[in-house]
Design a protein around this ligand. Structure first.
Ligand SMILES: *Cc1c(COP(=O)(O)O)cnc(C)c1O
Length: 403
């Protein structure tokens, strides 16, 4: 295919594949269900931590296939609570990936423990071999991130954790509705944490949740999120050094409405992502996250795509400029692996850390397309594939350009 067949790239002065008249789905999505639910809470006069929070917790536990769900006011605080509930603190280490939102690692710092970074493999998730190397007698938990919604090799990670006698805390903040061999995200390890922040696939603006099958862990998380209270005890009875990170009834009511759409949306994203996996995966130099038949339902928070600059024929920056000009909103990933953030530079002790796979994603190859695009039509997905093919056909012209 030559550039003549596809036409001149929009970024070089040609007509875009997709003009502004074709809008992408917006996010968040809502309708009269959310309007009625919010008004219902308002008029009920019960605005904090009541039946609607309890109802959503039941719904979320059932959706993920867990015995318990304890909500919190964010994914970040949910991570902190679960670490504290597991007794992790000063002197302890927790293995985390360096390629994730900062909260995965900062939650470990907030409980006084030390995050230890292990590199990724080709899945964009923790590499079990690197985790094995990072284990020490001080390691108290492994915290994988199912990046973009893709599980890491949970079989190998669970074996490693079992051998070490430590829990796996799944940072499932991208994996709502995802299944590993039929088990819901957050139930493969000891527990899992979710975020309901505005950008996430189910949202109340802010919010978070912990799921687990462990009765005692759930009770401790419940207590710590609610001022150290204990079930069945008087309101001013406090047993643990808890905090207040409770959800409001407004948030819970919104989340129940959003959850009613999540399954259909999850399946739609998965179907659309399959079109992208096939179409983009066929373009030399573009590499989507790999599939696995052990992932029995794939959540997509991000459509992650690597641009191999050599094989594709231009730089990632040129690719991104061209794709956006053609009407495909796609972006570069996190600029730095977490250990290069000022936070860790100031802390010290991370100067020697090297995670080449994560560094390559940050510095050279990683791109992501956010999940609401995957709620579009098959035609929308076809546009993305055509844009990639068009850029590929003009990669040499792009490389030689000033972009
Ligand atoms: C969003 C996110 C969090 C934190 O969730 P908040 O609700 O924003 O505090 C943690 N880990 C990952 C991987 C996330 O994407």
């Amino acid at each position: 295919m030559g550039s003549s067949e596809h036409g001149t790239l929009a970024v070089l002065g040609g007509a875009p594949v997709r003009g502004p008249e074709k809008a992408w789905p917006s996010w968040p999505q809502f309708d009269d269900a959310e309007r009625a639910a919010l008004l219902g809470v308002l008029e009920s006069g019960k605005w904090f931590y009541g039946d609607r929070v309890a109802a959503f917790e039941g719904e979320w536990a059932a959706f993920q296939g867990a015995r318990h769900c304890v909500t919190a006011n964010s994914g970040t605080t949910a991570l902190e609570i679960v670490l504290q509930a597991l007794g992790i603190g000063p002197g302890d280490e927790v293995i985390v990936p360096p390629f994730t939102f900062v909260a995965t690692a900062s939650a470990v710092l907030r409980v006084g423990a030390r995050p230890v970074f292990a590199d990724l493999d080709h899945t964009w998730c923790l590499d079990p071999d690197r985790v094995a190397e990072a284990l020490t007698p001080r390691t108290k938990a492994i915290m994988p991130v199912h990046f973009g919604g893709r599980f890491c090799d949970m079989d190998r990670l669970c074996d490693l954790a079992a051998d070490a006698g430590i829990p796996i805390i799944e940072d499932a903040c991208h994996a709502w509705g995802g299944h590993w061999k039929g088990k819901g995200a957050g139930t493969v390890g000891k527990c899992g944490v979710f975020s309901f922040q505005q950008s996430k696939n189910i949202t109340a603006g802010e919010g978070g949740a912990i799921v687990t099958d462990d009765d005692a862990l759930a009770a401790m998380c419940r207590s710590l999120t609610n001022c150290g209270r204990a079930a069945g005890m008087p309101w001013y009875h406090h047993e643990n050094p808890g905090t207040n990170v409770r959800l409001t009834e407004f948030q819970a009511a919104l989340l129940s409405c959003q959850l009613a759409r999540l399954e259909e949306q999850t399946l739609r994203r998965e179907r659309n992502a399959m079109i992208l996996n096939n179409g983009l995966g066929a373009v030399e130099g573009l590499i989507p996250q790999p599939k696995s038949n052990r992932i029995t339902r794939r959540a997509y928070h991000l459509f992650c795509l690597r641009v191999d600059e050599e094989a594709f024929g231009c730089t990632r920056a040129q690719f991104l400029a061209a794709a956006n000009a053609e009407g495909w909103p796609v972006a570069a990933v996190y600029p730095l692996p977490l250990y290069e953030q000022p936070l860790f530079r100031k802390l010290g002790g991370y100067e020697g850390v090297r995670c080449p796979v994560a560094e390559d994603l940050c510095r050279r190859s990683g791109t992501w397309t956010t999940h609401e695009k995957l709620l579009g039509t098959e035609e929308d997905m076809g546009d993305i594939v055509r844009i990639a093919e068009k850029i590929k056909a003009s990669a040499a012209a792009l490389r030689a350009s000033d972009l």
